[in-house]
Design a protein around this ligand. Structure first.
Ligand SMILES: C[S@@+](CC[C@H](N)C(=O)[O-])C[C@H]1O[C@@H](n2cnc3c(N)ncnc32)[C@H](O)[C@@H]1O
Length: 212
């Protein structure tokens, strides 16, 4: 069953976290924006309330949480309530698909990434953003997982694990950037992202559709 309960029940807390942690939010946005093709048609899978899609100019999204997507709709986004593993979208519909801190919530990441591959056009891009479980923040999240409203049921991944999944599910030409250097409390101003991974806690992978 889709892990929507924490988001349905604590949507406002989720939103407030990003207001309180504005420098973290803007640093993450900046790193993701680096890979967003400007003119192309994109969709966010696990769009939530649209906190990332809206400023990135992405108009379409999918998410199973009715409460989160109610807010996304209020932000003017076109949203369908569905899970990543079963996208109600025809093959080859989009130039790019974004997924932000959602891969750790999907029940079946392999099927979800295969679905992303299916809805992308030839040479389309998948932009996958997440907290690396081997990073400073990833380790902090793992340590307090049981007490966390949002992350209790999450299954975190390392960048290497996701790179293997992407290669298994038909993606190639990988590019990676990272941001959020240090603990979350230490991020008081917007950080510049760097290429690669292993230092920043928030990692963004761009991968091109190959074939399954
Ligand atoms: C941490 S939130 C991220 C929301 C948004 N991407 C953002 O960054 O603000 C995780 C989202 O994943 C959604 N979710 C949970 N299970 C899912 C699934 N199987 N397929 C797609 N989205 C899912 C939740 O409803 C929630 O909105």
């Amino acid at each position: 069953m889709a892990k929507t309960k924490p988001f349905d029940e604590n949507r406002d807390l989720y939103e407030q976290w990003f207001i309180r942690n504005d420098a973290v939010y803007k640093s993450e946005l900046k790193a993701i924006e680096h890979f967003i093709p400007k003119q192309d048609k994109g969709i966010e899978i696990g769009i939530g309330s649209g906190l990332f899609a809206k400023p990135l100019g992405i108009k379409d999204g999918v998410d199973p949480s009715e409460r989160m997507t109610e807010l996304a709709k209020r932000r003017g986004l076109n949203v369908v309530n569905a899970i990543a593993e079963e996208l109600p979208i025809p093959d080859s519909s989009y130039n790019f698909a974004l997924m932000v801190t959602t891969i750790c919530f999907v029940d079946n990441p392999v099927i979800a990434i295969r679905e992303v591959n299916r809805i992308l056009m030839t040479d389309g891009h998948f932009i996958l953003a997440f907290v690396d479980k081997e990073s400073i923040v990833g380790k902090e999240y793992l340590k307090m997982k049981e007490e966390s409203i949002f992350y209790r049921d999450a299954v975190f991944f390392s960048t290497d694990e996701l790179l293997s999944l992407l290669s298994e599910t038909g993606f190639k030409d990988i590019e990676i950037v990272q941001t959020i250097f240090g603990s979350l409390e230490d991020v008081n101003k917007i950080q510049n992202f760097k290429t690669g991974y292993g230092k920043g806690s928030f990692v963004v992978i761009s991968a091109k559709k190959d074939k399954i």
